[in-house]
Ligand binder design. Sequence first.
Ligand code: PTJ
Length: 254
Amino acid sequence: MTETEVPEDHPRYASLVTRHRIETGVDRGITSRQGLIAQGRGEAFDYLLGERTLPSADAAERAAAAALLDATDPVLSVNGNVAALVPTAIVELADAVDAALEVNLFNRTDERMHAIADHLREHGAAEVKGLTGDDEIPGLSHARGTVDADGIGAADVVVVPLEDGDRAEALAATGKTEIVVDLNPGSRSARAAAIPIVDNVVRAVPNVTNHARELAGAESSTLAALVDEFDPDAALDAAEAAIRGGDFERATSE
Ligand code: PTJ
């Protein structure tokens, strides 16, 4: 069954399409098999959140847009799940905030690095970083810490969707402003981030772009105020409260 063959009237259409994208990503050598497990974990949290963008996540997405627009050298990090799920949307976000795209993998192989870079170019990316690998995030062993010196290495603001906790903590320790997209508000990645976005990457990335388009042309002081006013702990608490206090029957009966 291809994406176009998923029955549109199925009550869980959006979820089925997402699963097919990840499956196709694995078949094409873009997504790692661990990416399937990560997706399953994310889906469970999304059920509990009611598969919607919480007001607190929308506020985080607006703060993320402001931080990206106000950045000097913003970079969007792309892994195998992001490339499979939102290739067009991540290229559009990069264009909207004038950010670089960098392939950056937890399970780094040359084959997957090239497959993802090609996939992003097929979806409109003019330039894709990550293949040079001439810098390291301090404190990470092996290829997990490899980045481009003129990409994540030089960035002041980095978006890392679906990130491993160790890497997110090491990146935050470099002093860069870290924006994490992660459906688990208790994950170390979300807790390490200056701006944690607790939302599905398929909703979060287009919504950050929408906010960026609205905020385009705003003064730097306005953008900086939006970032300063954002409270990461309050956002994480709101997501946790939504999960613990949610209407479980409604979320799972669709
Ligand atoms: O392509 P690679 O080699 O860089 O590997 C990417 C994965 C995601 C496999 C790797 O970074 C990994 O193993 O990540 P973790 O430690 O499983 O963490 C992934 C986090 O993302 C978990 O907290 C999930 O709940 C969350 N997550 C999964 N799917 C989504 C998600 N968050 C937002 N949107 C999703 N669709």
